[in-house]
Design a protein around this ligand. Structure first.
Ligand SMILES: Cc1cc2nc3c(=O)[nH]c(=O)nc-3n(C[C@H](O)[C@H](O)[C@H](O)COP(=O)(O)OP(=O)(O)OC[C@H]3O[C@@H](n4cnc5c(N)ncnc54)[C@H](O)[C@@H]3O)c2cc1C
Length: 313
């Protein structure tokens, strides 16, 4: 059954072993399928008593810190050896990114940089080289952290994910994927297989910015992404999304609609940024106060819109 963080795995109250300030890993049964068929066979054999992982950059710290506990004998299903999930496919109108593609693959891909530069921008600001070498975008989404940095770029790009289970594959817009902090629509026996992103077109531009407590290897206090499509001097459509300001990554519809049909001059941008900040209700936590988050959110929207305009000139 789903645990507190929405992961479809068995969680117990087994006392954790402590050593050097962190918990010991439970005994795991490691499975590394190489084909989708083998993956689906393992999922149907072990069902909710298995844990799908990719880079393990969230999985291992979650156990080491005691956030997650599992009974010994947990079946770990590592999808990183499945070639079909390790590709960035350059389709006519979309990029199809496998759930096993690492952040480094995304960052170094000329195809992603050309077709979805806002995603490259976000990944550039994520984690460290070592973490990016194994971490995946699939894992970033499935962890469903409100601070997941790949979420705002995907939200403004109108991206969708493909989810597979024993019944087949379904497609879900990213905007409908997250259901709460650490929770998504994934149910036991389901695996996220691909992320599909419409390519950026002429007269469109998108930008991402994030603020943390320092400039590198840091969880976002606020992240923002904006995408605009221009029609002459007017904004035809806009998408604005935030991370770390709500229980899930979110879009702000009223601020988006406000921009449509307007010239992107200073007073319009300022009004839009204010509306975007009014639409969110962030919390105060160890990293920042709600007031500070709202203030930063407003500033990031302004700067992202300016970045978009600059890129279009
Ligand atoms: C030092 C450090 C810095 C970090 N910095 C950032 C940062 O700047 N920004 C940020 O957003 N994150 C950051 N992270 C968090 C983490 O690296 C990312 O969330 C990463 O993308 C997770 O991917 P993964 O492949 O390692 O996931 P894993 O740890 O393998 O899995 C994470 C969760 O997703 C599930 N899962 C994984 N893949 C699938 C799938 N295909 N289908 C179904 N379920 C799946 C797992 O069961 C697990 O619950 C950081 C982590 C560390 C340790």
């Amino acid at each position: 059954m789903p645990d507190t963080y929405g992961n479809n795995t068995m969680m117990t109250t087994r006392p954790a072993n402590n050593f050097i300030g962190s918990r010991a890993m439970p005994e795991l049964v490691y499975n590394a399928p190489e084909t989708m068929q083998d993956l689906m066979d393992l999922i149907s054999t072990h069902g909710p008593f298995a844990k799908i992982v990719a880079g393990c950059t969230d999985f291992i710290p979650s156990i080491r810190t005691g956030r997650w506990r599992f009974d010994p004998g947990l079946n770990l299903i590592d999808i990183s050896k499945i070639k079909a999930l390790n590709r960035i496919e350059n389709k006519e109108d979309i990029l199809k990114i496998g759930a096993g593609v690492t952040l480094t693959q995304i960052l170094t891909s000329p195809v992603v940089r050309a077709s979805c530069p806002v995603l490259t921008q976000a990944v550039e600001q994520m984690a460290s080289l070592q973490v990016r070498n194994t971490a995946t975008m699939g894992g970033n989404l499935c962890m469903a952290s409100p601070a997941a940095d790949t979420a705002p770029p995907l939200l403004v790009s109108d991206a969708w994910v493909l989810i597979q289970d024993a019944q087949g594959s379904t497609s879900v817009p990213v905007v409908d994927f997250f259901t709460g902090p650490g929770q998504s629509i994934l149910t036991p026996g389901q695996v996220l297989t691909h992320i599909c992103i419409p390519k950026i077109k002429a007269k469109e531009s998108a930008g991402f910015r994030k603020i943390g407590t320092r400039t590198a290897v840091i969880i976002s206090i606020v992240s923002a992404a904006v995408k605009i499509r221009m029609d002459g001097d007017l904004c035809e459509t806009a998408r604005i999304a935030f991370g770390s300001v709500a229980p899930t990554p979110v879009r702000v519809a009223a601020a988006e609609q406000f921009l449509a049909g307007k010239p992107l001059e200073k007073r319009v941008i300022e009004k839009c940024a204010g509306m975007a900040a009014d639409e969110i209700s962030p919390i105060t936590d160890l990293r920042a106060s709600a007031v500070y988050r709202k203030d930063v959110a407003e500033t990031l929207v302004k700067r992202c819109i300016m970045d978009c305009l600059e890129a279009l000139t």
